[in-house]
Design a protein around this ligand. Structure first.
Ligand code: MLT
Length: 394
């Protein structure tokens, strides 16, 4: 009889957001007249911007015309999109060649898939609280996980020290769930550590478009030496509302070499074997994001989410609850009031005011006692949720 991957037995029963969706569904089934306000999973509420919609329509029309029709796309991405992304990096002073950019179907898919590049005996460091997929994808592969806890005392931005040992290092900045952002100096210390030890940083930049403070790095490749130790994984999900449309990109420099193997070459080999590329239509829509018109329109949407953050932060200030994030990130991370546990607080908000958030414990043990609000809801729902919170907790 075949033996399944027994590492699945080491996973928690169900994935965090699946679990929350189940709880809210059960609550609604019992209370069908209640209006739920969802500030839980970071799913966008605004539609795709006009420039993207026009490009998608025009690409659909191309598929109806023999001369413009596209079948299989290049596995690593269409040249027009790889070039547009490389140009986008250039504006920030990061020089890439377009074949260092890989188009993907989204950052969450890629964060798991990219692990194919590493031996299963390699250890993996996760800064916690953390996006749970980092841990689960490595548990599935049977890797040793080093949990590096962070907390209020270091602003949820820990740095490596002599005792730190890991081959793969996940860094998410701006951070999901805490909203904390590494400064250049702090991130440089991780880059220096990885170069010294021969580790590889998987830098999740999915929230970079929310950075307001000009001194903060958007890309790890803004740091000296990152090209020899980091892979950057980014997405249009939150930047341009592509959560349901699906498109991401990954940057692997040609200078990233371990044991004489080029990780860029390896990823080409992987993608050409395991994928047939991302749909032509979606890549055309994505390319429109990087035009002047697209950038302007997505920034208008980001401003709306940032205003949601302001509304929630003002409510928390009024109640007197400690929080961080919200300014350079679309998540607000708060201390549960009255020393409540994070799942207790989840149940309390759901039952009393029908506001759904995400319990901090779902992001690792050190998230216990904390809670996350997403700012991607509609402005109307966010305002109403803030009012309900103030009324309940003041
Ligand atoms: C989150 O809520 O943490 C994210 O939206 C989940 C994701 O990006 O998959």
């Amino acid at each position: 009889m075949i033996t399944p991957n027994m590492h699945y037995a080491d996973l928690k029963d169900s994935y965090l957001f699946y679990n929350i969706a189940g709880k809210t569904k059960a609550y609604l089934a019992e209370n069908p007249d209640k209006k739920l306000l969802r500030l839980g999973i970071g799913d966008v509420s605004l539609p795709l911007c006009d420039a993207v919609i026009k490009a998608l329509h025009s690409a659909v029309d191309d598929q109806a015309i023999k001369e413009n029709f596209h079948g299989y796309m290049p596995e690593c991405g269409a040249p027009f999109l790889r070039e547009a992304i490389a140009e986008h990096y250039k504006k920030r002073g990061v020089m890439l060649s377009s074949d260092e950019v890989f188009v993907s179907s989204g950052a969450s898919d890629e964060l798991g898939d990219i692990l194919d590049l590493f031996d299963r005996s390699s250890s993996c460091l996760v800064i916690e609280p953390a996006y749970p997929a980092y841990v689960d994808a490595n548990v599935m592969a049977g890797r040793k996980i080093v949990h590096l806890a962070s907390g209020k005392e270091n602003g949820f931005l820990p740095e490596p020290d002599e005792a730190t040992q890991a081959d793969i290092i996940y860094i998410c900045s701006p951070n999901n769930p805490t909203g904390a952002v590494f400064s250049r100096e702090q991130l440089q210390r991780w880059v220096d550590y990885a170069n010294e030890k021969g580790s590889v940083i998987l830098f999740d930049a999915a929230y970079e478009a929310f950075i307001e403070d000009e001194s903060l790095p958007h890309s790890i490749f803004e740091l000296n030496g990152a090209e020899t130790c980091a892979i950057e994984i980014c997405s249009l999900s939150k930047t341009a509302g592509f959560t349901g449309t699906r498109l991401g990109y990954t940057v692997i420099s040609k200078s990233l070499v371990r044991n004489g193997m080029s990780l860029n070459d390896m990823w080409v080999r992987n993608r050409t074997t395991k994928t047939n590329g991302v749909s032509y239509i979606i890549q055309k829509g994505a390319a429109a994001v990087f035009t002047d018109e697209g950038i302007c329109q997505i920034n208008d949407n980001i401003k709306i989410y940032k205003n949601n953050a302001k509304v929630i932060m003002e409510a928390l200030d009024k109640i007197g609850i400690w929080y961080c994030g919200g300014k350079n990130a679309p998540y607000i991370w708060l201390k549960c009031p009255n020393n409540m546990g994070s799942w207790d607080f989840f149940d309390y908000l759901l039952k009393e005011i029908q506001v759904v958030g995400t319990p901090g414990e779902g992001f690792g043990a050190c998230g216990e006692g904390y809670f996350r609000f997403s700012t991607f809801g509609s402005p109307e729902d966010t305002k109403e949720a803030a009012e309900r919170l103030v009324k309940l907790l003041s």
